[in-house]
Design a protein around this ligand. Structure first.
Ligand SMILES: [Zn+2]
Length: 137
């Protein structure tokens, strides 16, 4: 993955942080924002959306990804994640898997609003299950 310039990283992290204001987290009060950067340069923000049936809750990362995919955007460079009450909130396992299915080569930025940590998705989800395992069924 090509390195992003500092302005792009800053914009991506800022978008993730700003997305938090729309988080639907009335049960956990754990508000998360994400920002997914497409190859085109467009940024898709997302927030967590909770349900009273807790297992239906969607994380910010998956919301951002689904928004982009459902609007016809399928190629991505990076995602940034910001949590209001936690420094450097990592994506959960479900988000790692869905991101891997659609964007295995992206970088993942975890930001606290002023600093960030960068990982590759493959670093966060080693030995991933993917479509190659389905080809021999
Ligand atoms: Zn998640």
């Amino acid at each position: 993955m090509d390195e992003l310039n500092q302005d792009t990283i800053a914009k991506l992290n800022k978008t993730a942080k700003e997305a938090v204001k729309y988080a639907q987290a009335k049960y956990s009060h754990f508000k998360v924002g994400a920002a997914l950067l497409a190859d085109s340069g467009e940024i898709f923000p997302g927030t967590n959306v909770e349900s009273s049936s807790y297992s239906l809750t969607l994380c910010a990362e998956r919301v951002a990804l689904v928004k982009a995919l459902s609007e016809g955007t399928t190629r991505f460079k990076a995602i940034s994640i910001f949590a209001e009450k936690l420094d450097f909130c990592p994506p959960c396992g479900a988000c790692r898997q869905l991101l891997y299915d659609y964007a295995p080569d992206i970088d993942v930025y975890l930001t606290n609003g002023s600093e960030y940590k960068k990982y590759s998705l493959k670093e966060l989800l080693p030995h991933a299950f993917d479509e190659s395992q389905l080809k021999n069924i």
